[in-house]
Design a protein around this ligand. Structure first.
Ligand SMILES: [Ca+2]
Ligand SMILES: [Ca+2]
Ligand SMILES: [Ca+2]
Length: 240
């Protein structure tokens, strides 16, 4: 049977839904609180959000293998694994770019790549505003970035950044920089000659949709109700 363009679109949509069901984290985020301590056992069960697709490009330094993403109500968590031990923390070795408006024409374009426009950048334990198009428009003091690594040089790094981070300068002073339900994520090393994930030709290919904060369960709500009742009863008893 020959398919029409409309049928092809429908089949594509169905396949996408099926793939999301299988892959999970590639389409919807993972709700998980991660402790930033260098021990990545708390990432168990979370599938990579993106895997290297072009081999080793930076054999003597940082070369990305996988990136994993998760969130809770307060933080976005980012785990990076490398092809070989390296120092992903020293400024200049690794950049983590986040695009809050999913628009490649706004914000800073890493190394001039037209397919990604960053709102902010993480380097080590700091983050910097880029929403206005500059490389560094000011240190984001409310970002509370932290990183963890079992060893440096090493192959496994975890980071966090506060979802409540706001801009610090120009038109973005006080403006939320990580409040969208879906953001784009891009990793890179210093200069265009190093490595990146997604690769240079796939900049902008990695999106992350924040997992919703779970609703309190009925059991938890019942427990809260019981606590309230006991508290009231004690109040009444003590005042009798
Ligand atoms: Ca950890
Ligand atoms: Ca690579
Ligand atoms: Ca943008």
């Amino acid at each position: 049977m020959k398919t029409t363009p409309t049928q092809t679109l429908k089949i594509g949509a169905i396949l996408t839904v099926v793939m999301c069901g299988v892959v999970g984290s590639a389409c919807a985020g993972t709700f998980q609180t991660i402790t930033i301590d260098g021990n990545t056992s708390d990432w168990a069960g979370i599938a990579p959000a993106y895997t290297d697709e072009d081999g080793v490009n930076n054999p003597s330094g940082v070369d990305f293998q996988n990136v994993y993403l998760a969130n809770d109500a307060n933080y976005l968590y980012i785990r990076i694994t490398l092809m070989q031990p390296a120092d992903a923390i020293t400024p200049g070795n690794t950049y983590i770019w986040l695009d809050n408006d999913n628009n490649p024409t706004t914000g800073f374009q890493p190394f001039g790549n037209p397919n990604f426009g960053s709102s902010l950048m993480i380097i080590g334990d700091q983050a910097y505003q880029e929403a206005g198009g500059g490389f560094n428009e000011g240190t984001l003091t409310g970002a509370t970035v932290a990183y963890g690594a079992a060893a440096i040089p090493g192959t496994d790094f975890e980071f966090r950044i506060a979802r409540s981070v706001t801009g610090v300068s120009g038109a973005f002073a006080g403006v939320p920089l990580l409040d969208s339900s879906t953001i784009e994520v891009q990793l890179g090393t210093d200069s265009g000659t190093g490595d990146s994930l997604p690769s240079w030709s796939n900049y902008g290919a990695l999106s992350y949709t924040f997992a919703p904060v779970p609703e309190p369960t009925s059991v938890a709500l019942a427990g809260l109700g019981l606590l309230f009742f006991v508290g009231r009863w004690r109040h009444v008893r003590n005042n009798f």
